[in-house]
Design a protein around this ligand. Structure first.
Ligand code: GUN
Length: 299
């Protein structure tokens, strides 16, 4: 093997560049874009994500409205709130933070959001349009953020074999659709692996670009990486660690220390995909605002 230092794909840096652009656009608006966030129950990780989303929005002149519901909230409770937010002209974007305590009605809850306010890109209308190659849709934040990050570093996708670990509705599935689309900067050949995939390590090793979104710390090891591949780590896993002030440290899905010896570029955790997801939520909120105000879509 050739030992090389890999390029670190700095999502934090790109997120702050994009944020500055958004802040410039929102600064001149008479009414500010407004994002409603529904948080059901008290999932610890969700609390932190929401806190980050709210503070980022604030710094970009985007107003937020946090609606907290107890974990006992019924499907109808949540649907009623979504209905009133859909009808409220002062609300431009709506997100329901996943996971919901009750997985049984997660789908119907996502489906109830007005597609024009669906800044997570989770509704059938938006996902369906993406599938059909219709660009007039809101694209899920993490997939869009990964695409923007690769494109910022001039990592071309056309004709490349992209291997995605994980088929989640939030990351793996929409990402596979986006990257394989016949869009400029896409046109990748995509393989989506799941927990039943046979010969996963071999498939992973055939990827020019390997993207892991499974939530399993250090699952991706050096032997699963093609020499010179680009590695994107979507995992945010907490590892108990008493030497850290918080009692835990964050680890991605990738064994970063060893994998970086063989890949050409890699996203760190934290500071890689995570900040991009939040920046894209702000981007989508501004896009939804423009859509509702019948102004041309920004790119
Ligand atoms: N949970 C983890 N990621 C996301 C996301 O992008 N959107 C929502 N709504 N929930 C999430």
């Amino acid at each position: 093997h050739i030992f090389r230092m890999s390029l670190i794909l700095n999502g934090k840096e790109l997120a702050s560049i994009i944020s500055a652009e958004i802040a410039q656009q929102t600064a001149v608006l008479a009414t500010k874009p407004r994002l409603a966030i529904i948080l059901v129950g008290n999932n610890l990780a969700s609390e932190i994500y929401i806190r980050n989303k709210i503070s980022c929005a604030k710094s970009l002149n985007i107003e937020t409205q946090l609606i907290r519901l107890p974990s006992t909230a019924t499907k109808n409770n949540i649907l009623e709130i979504i209905k009133s937010l859909n009808e409220d002209p002062t609300i431009n974007g709506i997100i329901v933070q996943a996971p919901l305590p009750n997985k049984n009605f997660q789908e119907s809850v996502f489906e109830a959001i007005d597609p024009q306010k669906d800044v997570d890109g989770f509704t059938p209308a938006n996902i369906g349009r993406l599938c059909n190659g219709n660009r007039n849709c809101l694209v899920a934040c993490t997939p869009l953020g990964i695409w923007k990050l690769l494109s910022y570093y001039n990592i071309s996708l056309s004709g490349k074999h992209v291997v995605i670990l994980g088929r989640s509705r939030i990351v793996g599935r929409p990402l596979s659709i986006l990257l394989s689309q016949k869009f400029e900067g896409c046109n990748a050949t995509v393989t989506v692996c799941n927990s039943q995939t046979k010969h996963l390590a071999e498939i992973a090793q055939s990827g020019d670009i390997l993207i892991s979104a499974i939530g399993n710390p250090k699952f991706v090891t050096k032997n699963m990486i093609k020499d010179g591949a680009v590695v994107v780590d979507v995992g945010i896993n907490r590892i108990p660690d008493n030497t850290c002030p918080k009692g835990y440290r964050l680890s991605g899905d990738v064994d970063f220390e060893h994998v970086q010896e063989i890949c050409s570029a890699i996203t760190p955790v934290p500071g890689g995909v995570g900040p991009m997801t939040i920046a894209m939520l702000m981007h989508n909120t501004l896009q939804a605002f423009e859509l509702q105000n019948k102004r041309p879509l920004t790119k």
